[in-house]
Design a protein around this ligand. Sequence first.
Ligand code: PLP
Length: 411
Amino acid sequence: MNTEAFAEKETAFRYDFTSLIDRSGKDALATEGPAVGFGPSLPEAPYDFIPMWVADMNFPTAPSIVREIRERAAHPLFGYFLASDAYYEAIFRWQERHGVSGLTKSNIGYQNGVLGGVASLLKVYTQPGEKILMHSPAYIGFSHVLADLGRQAELSPLKKDENGIWRMDYDDMERRLKEEKIHFAILCSPHNPTGRVWTKDELSAAMALFEKYDCIVASDEIWSDLVLPGHVHVPTQSVGEDAKNRTVAFYSPSKGFNLSGLWSSYHIVYNKTIRDRLERQGACTQYNNLNVLSMHATVGAYSAEGAAWLSELLKVIQTNVDYVCDFVRRELPGVAVSRPESTYLVFLSCDAYVRHSGRSMDEILAACWRVGVGLQDGRPFYEPCGLRMNLALPFSRVREAMKRLKEEVFL
Ligand SMILES: Cc1ncc(COP(=O)(O)O)c(C=O)c1O
């Protein structure tokens, strides 16, 4: 779709995805981070900063969330509280969107961050030094958690097929599970940073291996709200009875609704033993407690208005993704991109560009940041020539970033 067509379409939207919101002075890591050392360089004049690195959005969230928080905040008592029925019911209703029914309160538990939940599960079921299977490229947070806990990542590389679609390599996974005697896997579904939405068949094949080698599975489904039109999120636990019993799924409205600063994650677990041990581990930290405003934010997100807002957001992201993928293929020789099926992240592979330009990834990344295009370094995701680009910004900013990349960086 051309830019003009996009602008026309935008006017039909009920929610605001075009205003450039000034986040300065509002504690935003995305925009204040560069000044305190995040990123390789600061933007140089005349460029302003376009935050396309850390995974949060430059859109105001759904009005229903702000309303819920305001209404609760208007009651000026913030003592100890109980998780409300409305909170659980909102989660049950929301999960029905993924075809999940029959959940009860006992299946749900708060987690102070999805990574916190993954860390707790790791602590219960693995020992320091143990190898954990995950795919590469991999979300940087998993690597940090494993390093912090003294566990080791055993990486099974995803491979691009002839159509440029990232695929799991089941033979490679099996070899590693067997040779390294692995009994814990982290599955990212949908997958950050490739944006793959695993199909039921793909998940079933992976889960068959995890059953064969008796692995506990941490299924990080934090991106499941941001599945782009034409794709369907399949909860890992839904692929079969065994999968249901060996998997803990982690969710949060934080990605879909831009609530990362509210810490509102939760797990779904069916197996009672895993549940009890996971919850005990979380309780032992003394920190794993739901926050009353996060609870209300979740209710506001998982509502009819939240769903309406999200469906508009997905159209905006799809437009940005289409624009960037077409632009990269047309205008940035040597840079490859595979179209994400979910998330608002596009992962660029600069291998050919690095080879023919003779420039290093350090130089390229610094050049991006100097012209204000704050991209995320792909190296900590185990991609030596990768760049991750966050497209959760108004289209005008995305267009401006691509112009700068073409005219000032990928020369
Ligand atoms: C796949 C994945 N898991 C977890 C997180 C972090 O979640 P939390 O902030 O709830 O720990 C992110 C953040 O980008 C992510 O992409």
